[in-house]
Write a protein that binds this ligand. Structure first.
Ligand code: HGY
Ligand code: MN
Ligand code: MN
Length: 364
């Protein structure tokens, strides 16, 4: 393929069509990861897409459509709390919220791009046009237990849950751990603990809804100091956008009342707010028939995890092929897949690519 690094650091390989130009299908996934991650969340989709192109090359096969394999940067939001940054640039929606986001050292995305040798003013050139791109298909580990429970090697994603992530702070006055009687304390850490149990209760009260406190930092963090502040994160996800937003609002309102009751301050700053995103019925159908052609019954399923397809859906039809992963574990070094399941997914993707007829779009 002719390979390049684009204006925001995505890596893109182009496998030209028979005519050498015209519409192309995009394949790939992200190649960034969470901290303490596994090997497969993201890179598996990039490598599988490359493998499909290598297979075409081996038999010198060219298709009526081109292929672009993309490795997206910053899908996870690990460093800058942005998420879907690389794929947002591909769809032309990389805005100030991305440029100005800062990492824990106060370095902005804009500065990081310059440091990497890119020119932030050129980022708009990373955008692809919806008339050139006929679809986006991603192979990804399921990151859940359903395929294993159903003894299926692969699944067809019907849609991706929406997600809201926010940074929450409880603030009090740091004080001596030995001298302040319990009845006189305004301890932000205890307020935060009560708040975490509310997060759990609210999520449990709605089906198909999950909420997580993944970060929890007590400051200044000494054994003999009543904390002055607690910084924590919340991540709320649901199949239904209305449920997600009402759960988030209920959680924030509870945080405010807990803070009032305990005489501390409360603040919640939304960092990410992504609506649920359906996959294209045309691509669901194409992936399903490719699976059927291999003698497997396609299992249709939603994704609780977010993916670059949420950004790419602004540009084109999206489809996803899930791969069974061991005990459904992900975002952990214990992530693992069976090579035979990966080869089924690669076969499905290869079949889909070879059977793709240009110009087909999902039903409006
Ligand atoms: O957090 C997620 O949903 C994905 O791993 N970015
Ligand atoms: Mn992930
Ligand atoms: Mn991922």
């Amino acid at each position: 393929m002719s390979a390049r690094i684009d204006e925001v650091g995505n890596v893109i390989g182009k496998y030209a069509s028979q005519s050498g130009n015209g519409p192309y299908l995009m394949l790939g996934s992200h190649f960034d990861s969470v901290i303490d991650a596994g090997k497969y969340d993201g890179p598996l989709g990039v490598i599988t897409a490359i493998d499909c192109v290598a297979r075409l090359k081996e038999v010198n096969k060219r298709l009526p459509i081109g292929l672009e394999v993309v490795a997206f940067g910053d899908e996870e939001g690990t460093r800058f709390a942005t998420a879907l940054a690389g794929s947002s640039a591909i769809t032309g929606s990389f805005g100030d919220a991305h440029f100005n986001a800062k990492d824990s050292h106060g370095i902005s995305v804009e500065e990081a791009l310059k440091h990497f040798g890119l020119d932030p003013s050129k980022v708009p050139h990373a955008a692809h046009s919806s008339t050139d791109v006929i679809g986006y298909v991603e192979v990804h580990i399921e990151q859940g237990p359903v395929l294993e429970a159903e003894s299926k090697p692969v699944g067809v994603v019907t849609g991706i849950f929406g997600q809201t992530r926010a940074k929450v702070t409880f603030k009090g006055a740091p004080n001596h751990a030995g001298t302040v009687p319990m009845r006189l304390r305004h301890d932000p850490l205890l307020a935060a603990c009560e708040f975490c149990l509310v997060v759990e209760r609210v999520a449990k009260s709605h089906s198909d809804t999950v909420a997580t406190v993944g970060q929890f930092l007590a400051l200044p963090g000494a054994m003999n100091i009543i904390p002055g502040a607690v910084e924590l994160s919340i991540d709320v996800r649901s199949a239904l956008d209305g449920v997600r937003t009402s759960c988030f609002d209920e959680i924030v309102a509870s945080g405010q009342s807990i803070a009032r009751k305990r005489g501390v301050e409360f603040d919640a700053k939304k960092l990410i707010d992504l609506n649920a995103c359906p996959c294209s019925p045309v691509l669901v159908e194409k992936i399903s028939s490719a699976i059927q052609s291999l003698g497997e019954r396609p299992l249709l399923m939603p994704s609780g995890a977010g993916h670059d397809g949420m950004a790419m859906s602004k540009l084109t039809d999206i489809g996803m092929i899930f791969v069974r992963c061991d005990r459904g574990i992900s975002h952990s070094p214990e992530e693992s897949v069976k090579i035979e399941d990966v080869s089924v997914a690669a076969e499905v993707m290869y079949k889909l690519i070879c059977d793709y007829a240009p110009g087909e779009k999902s039903v409006p």
